[in-house]
Ligand binder design. Structure first.
Ligand code: MN
Length: 248
């Protein structure tokens, strides 16, 4: 079981889930929403051989946390992966878009300066701006677009730029989500929970439930569940190796 986008630090019983993930899961990517949260979380829930913990600056809090940007750029020197970062152009956050863009551009530029990083990226209602920022810094590393909800043409553009996609059970509840998954490159999809924000059965999803996408993807691809499981596992291993190969 693998989960490539989980806010494990935001569950009420984070320590318990962390111990369970460490014992039972093959891999978990713990993304944080601010540089200070990363610093605090790394002490309580430290990175292990199978739990990757990354500093981020979530676009929804970009205006409140922009003063932490320098800290993030410093933290990025010491880790192969960064997230959650990105842009959110939805009605609720569009008024902070300029600040969001300043933060995100600085992060992508820093990733390029450092020789590449693995980025977990939020792109709600902002896929064109996310992709054009990535294009401006070609050596930034590898982008994983998390819970991608834009159009099929934007998805094809992202795929042509080499982006990966992390997909969760919550995304596959919508018909647009299922349609998008059917056109994603099969060798660049990995599971995510986005817990505790991702929900399943009306409750916050657990990280090990991210693999629930296997059943739905097998329908979308018309492939046996076992085949899909192996493809996702193989994808996951390649992506983990990518993060570990960046110079830190
Ligand atoms: Mn998230």
């Amino acid at each position: 079981m693998m989960d490539f986008h989980c806010h494990l630090d935001l569950y009420p019983d984070a320590r318990f889930l962390y111990a369970k993930a460490q014992a039972e899961m093959e891999f978990l990517w713990l993304v944080t929403t601010s540089p200070r949260a990363f610093a605090a979380t790394s002490v309580i829930l430290p990175a292990t051989d199978r739990i990757m913990v990354s500093p981020g600056l979530h676009p929804e809090v970009a205006d409140k946390k922009v003063s932490e940007l320098d800290l993030l750029l410093e933290q990025m020197r010491h880790v192969g992966a960064v997230g959650e970062v990105g842009l959110d152009g939805s009605a609720r956050y569009k008024h902070t878009f300029e600040t969001q863009q300043r933060v995100f551009s600085a992060v992508v530029q820093r990733a390029e300066e450092l020789g590449g990083r693995l980025l977990s990226i939020h792109s709600r209602a902002a896929a064109p701006q996310v992709l054009s920022t990535l294009q401006q810094h070609a050596g930034f590393g590898t982008a994983v677009l998390h819970w991608f909800t834009d159009s099929a043409p934007q998805l094809r553009l992202a795929a042509s730029l080499g982006c990966w996609f992390s997909v969760g059970p919550a995304m596959l509840k919508s018909s647009n989500g299922r349609k998008l998954v059917s056109i994603m490159p099969k060798d660049r999809i990995v599971p995510e929970s986005d817990g505790p924000f991702g929900m399943t059965h009306g409750k916050p999803i657990f990280p090990w439930e991210a693999s629930g996408i296997v059943t739905q993807i097998s329908k979308a691809w018309d492939s046996p569940v076992d085949v899909v499981r192996e493809i996702l596992r193989d994808n996951g291993k390649r992506l983990i190796n990518t993060a570990r190969a960046y110079p830190i």
